[in-house]
Design a protein around this ligand. Sequence first.
Ligand code: GDP
Ligand code: MG
Length: 164
Amino acid sequence: SRPIVAVVGRPNVGKSTLFNRLAGERISIVQDTPGVTRDRIYADVEWLDRKFTLIDTGGMEIGSEEVIQKQIVQQAQIAIETADVILFVTDVKTGVTEDDVKVANLLRRTKKPVVLAVNKVDSVKRDTLAIYEFYELGIGDPLPVSAGQALGLGDMLDQIIANF
Ligand code: GDP
Ligand code: MG
């Protein structure tokens, strides 16, 4: 069966935007009940003839700060258990946060490959200085991407499929 790639990261870094961008037009909202909007979380993605299943582990991310922190940890654990490759998403606009460090600490304990994306690098000039801070997560080379502007996604996908 296809390798599984799980998108993880704290709320608001752009996981779902990235997921939808990679899933392209094949994606659709599977359930849209008033008050409960639930995006589809699985998508089949193909890159350079390699097919994989992408999972947005983010869910709805609602509740108190404490509840959200638990959700972040649970999502990272689900990803560690089920994924072949973990796509860890962070945000250049906020820089490294405490929650990013928490996720990184969990991910560093797994032997599974982790690709570190720094999202919201929207300029074609690619804000390179701002991404150096993300080396401190100890996950490897940060890859600048913009889910919003569809930048850097090819390099990121190359890194993902190199781990299959
Ligand atoms: P999630 O909580 O991690 O799933 O994040 P979302 O995908 O819901 O995005 C959170 C916010 O960040 C939304 O307002 C998005 O429009 C915004 N966002 C996502 N990707 C980008 C990006 O590449 N650039 C910018 N400037 N904003 C983005
Ligand atoms: Mg989301």
